[in-house]
Design a binder for this molecule. Structure first.
Ligand SMILES: O=C(O)CCC(=O)C(=O)O
Length: 234
């Protein structure tokens, strides 16, 4: 299916202007019914689909990205529908998302600061289900001047509040330069370091208690190996 080659003009209203280029935060991107349906499908997937990591559980759909090319695997219809929906916004320069990570975080769990790297088209899109979280952003190691100790705390820049049912799109400097991560805690007190407070309908000083959050990280892997079995299939 053809898709627009850049993000739709209509979405400009969702750009987070207090963050570096470019973040789109779209509240209520999906309905409560869609959220329940997606959670049902995630928990209906075979137990073997889950990989337990330190601080979260993970399902990988679409194949394993590899420098020589991803051996593409079929994405189930319930996820493919959202790959199409997000691609139709122009998120992947006209291409269709072909890779989804499902992460599950219980309260107290998180993910270390990291960058998503060169195996993906430089856009990451995330649908959040079940609970909010704070996504923290960090400057890369070695980017600070002088004798500043390169601790995680010193490299921390700001956070985004991601509410359930929202869609987050990161591109440009937000994808290519900064690292992102989630601290493993059970509550978040919102400060002015959270740069999308009003767009997320929250107030400074508010404390939010985390529940179990499931995120769908939807991306495009440009380099794909076509196996003989895949040839001839759509
Ligand atoms: O759960 C999220 O929103 C972040 C996930 C993430 O950064 C990743 O899977 O690489």
């Amino acid at each position: 299916m053809e898709h627009p080659t850049c993000i739709l003009e209509d979405l400009k209203q969702f750009v987070v202007s207090d963050a570096p280029p470019t973040v789109y935060y779209i509240p209520d991107f999906i309905s409560e019914d869609e959220e329940s349906f997606l959670l049902q499908q995630v928990y209906r997937s075979p137990k073997t689909k889950w990989t337990q990591l330190s601080g979260r559980r993970l399902q990988n759909w679409g194949g394993l990205p590899h420098p020589k090319g991803m051996l593409a695997e079929r994405i189930p219809d319930w996820l493919h529908a959202y790959c199409e929906k997000i691609s139709s916004l122009g998120a992947f320069s006209g291409k269709t998302a072909n890779h989804v990570l499902v992460n599950e975080y219980n309260p107290g769990e998180g993910i270390m600061p990291h960058e998503d790297g060169p195996l993906y088209h430089p856009t990451v899109t995330t649908i959040s289900l079940g609970s909010h979280t704070l996504l923290n952003f960090y400057s890369p190691v070695g980017s600070q001047e002088g004798d500043v100790l390169q601790t995680e705390e010193n490299r921390y820049l700001f956070s985004l509040l991601v509410k359930p049912r929202s869609l987050l799109i990161l591109q440009d400097e937000m994808y290519q330069r900064l690292l992102h991560g989630i601290q493993g805690c059970e509550q978040d007190t919102l400060t002015d370091k959270v740069v999308n407070l009003s767009a997320a309908g929250a107030l400074p000083g508010e404390t939010l208690t985390r529940g179990t959050r499931v995120s769908l990280t939807i991306r495009h892997v440009p380099k794909v190996m076509k196996t003989k079995l895949m040839l001839g299939k759509k």
